[in-house]
Design a protein around this ligand. Sequence first.
Ligand code: ATP
Ligand code: PRP
Ligand code: MG
Length: 229
Amino acid sequence: MTTQASTPTSPTPLTLALSKGRIFEETLPLLKSAGIEVNEDPEKSRKLILGTSRPDVRIIIVRASDVPTYVEYGAADMGIAGKDVLVEHAAAHPGALYQPIDLNIARCKLCVATRKDFDYEAAVKQGARLRVATKYVSAAREHFASKGVYVDLIKLYGSMELAPLIGLADAIVDLVSTGNTLKANDLVAVEDIMPISSRLIVNRAALKLRREGIEPIMEAFERASLATM
Ligand code: ATP
Ligand code: PRP
Ligand code: MG
């Protein structure tokens, strides 16, 4: 029997999970500060695993709401996700993720919004039961419970602004940044729930086992995000 000489295999690169669009775009300068350039543009390529200028670091492209899942199960060592997404994930998987750094990117607010002709304050005062449509069911449930407002929550996956316009709901809980989307649909924000920005999340086992790779990236991200505050 012949024995084959074993070729040394390179270790799995450190894997960072990102979503396409604003999080990817706003993460590029942070990566640069850690000496990492992404080899491909996910808007142009159909590839979901992107190499970088560092052979020991790769990026995977996933849906924004899937980033915590990839990191929790260790399929990615790190990820970047909005607080909105992290609040929803934590409701089902409390404490699953280490969230060391608020990166101060993708900033917006989670708000309650209604049609202009809906008197939200009066409805709340009268103890009315409100129908609220949202993608953020846990954050919405917590918010209305803390105010003692009864709500029927209707789960949607997008285009929340449509719901009050066609009678699906009295109010929505959605993200607001410039306010242009609300304005374009004749809606108004009636209450702020929480400020939103994106955080670095880290797999708990990877933090221990791959500390020497992860820590310098964490430090560079923290320095860069503080510099832009
Ligand atoms: P998908 O399109 O896959 O359903 P998504 O709409 O949540 O996901 P993005 O729009 O890229 O994906 O949002 C990613 C994150 O960016 C959100 O979780 C939120 O934290 C933040 N975000 C969303 N909308 C805005 C906005 N208008 N301004 C600033 N940040 C935003
Ligand atoms: C987000 C969010 C709001 C909008 C708010 O949508 O869901 O609809 O931004 O931003 P504004 O206050 O600046 O208008 P996004 O642009 O991510 O589109 P999407 O529906 O594809 O998620
Ligand atoms: Mg969006």
